[in-house]
Design a binder for this molecule. Structure first.
Ligand SMILES: [Fe+2]
Length: 222
């Protein structure tokens, strides 16, 4: 226990809430920094949808799977499996591709390469298979996606699309996903605590940089 920072703090509910509160503050900050859709050009709106699709379509299930492999807590695994089950059964990548195509925002090579460096960093982070840090990262991501959906839908509508199944589904179901992942974080922390010199938010910070690249595009200086 003396070699850990966070496990002792998270043995009670209030500390678990505290982690969720910290993540919420980070998400609030990202939401405040989103550009006003009315001030974006059509090309800028298309770029955000395209880069989001380039990252999410091929990576979300991969990242959740990496998190499943990383966790040691037997109680945390069913929570992740429930997530993956829904992603695969309802084919969320199909939904997202349909959403992007309907908004005339299917990613090009330029879109994919604009996020390549920051995407690679997140992939390599998850490859380190650190159970707690991976879970915190995915809990942050689920929470962010849920909040981001109305903005993404607004961009697509401004592009003339009426195909909103992806944003409708994720604005609702990911609330449950996010809460389940925070519960899994607490379970994993007690069984597989992180080392004292580790950064609990290592993956969250990398993902936050990637989100900035999605929103800001090639001009991103994050
Ligand atoms: Fe999904």
């Amino acid at each position: 226990m003396s070699t850990t920072i966070f496990a002792p703090q998270l043995k009670n509910e209030s500390s678990g809430d505290s982690l969720q509160q910290q993540i919420t503050v980070m998400i609030d900050d990202l939401m405040k920094r989103l550009p006003n859709p009315e001030r974006l050009t059509s090309d800028e709106r298309r770029g955000i949808i395209a880069r989001y699709t380039a990252v999410l379509e091929a990576n979300f299930i991969y990242w959740m799977t990496a998190t499943y492999i990383a966790v040691q807590s037997a109680e945390a695994r069913p929570i992740i499996i429930e997530n993956l089950y829904e992603e695969v059964r309802d084919s969320h990548p199909v939904m997202l591709r349909r959403f992007a195509i309907a908004a005339h925002a299917f990613p090009t090579d330029t879109d994919a390469l604009a996020v390549d460096v920051d995407l690679t960093k997140v992939r390599l982070f998850l490859g380190k298979l650190q159970g707690v840090q991976s879970l915190v990262t995915m809990a942050f991501f689920e929470g962010y996606i849920q909040r981001f959906m109305s903005y993404l839908a607004e961009l697509a509508a401004a592009q003339g699309s009426v195909e909103m199944e992806y944003t409708d589904v994720h604005g609702v179901c990911d609330i449950a996903h996010s809460e389940g992942l925070f519960r899994a974080c607490s379970l994993e922390m007690s069984l597989n605590p992180i080392k004292a010199d580790s950064d609990l938010f290592e993956g969250v910070k990398l993902l936050r940089t990637l989100i900035n690249s999605i929103v800001q595009g090639p001009a991103s200086n994050s």
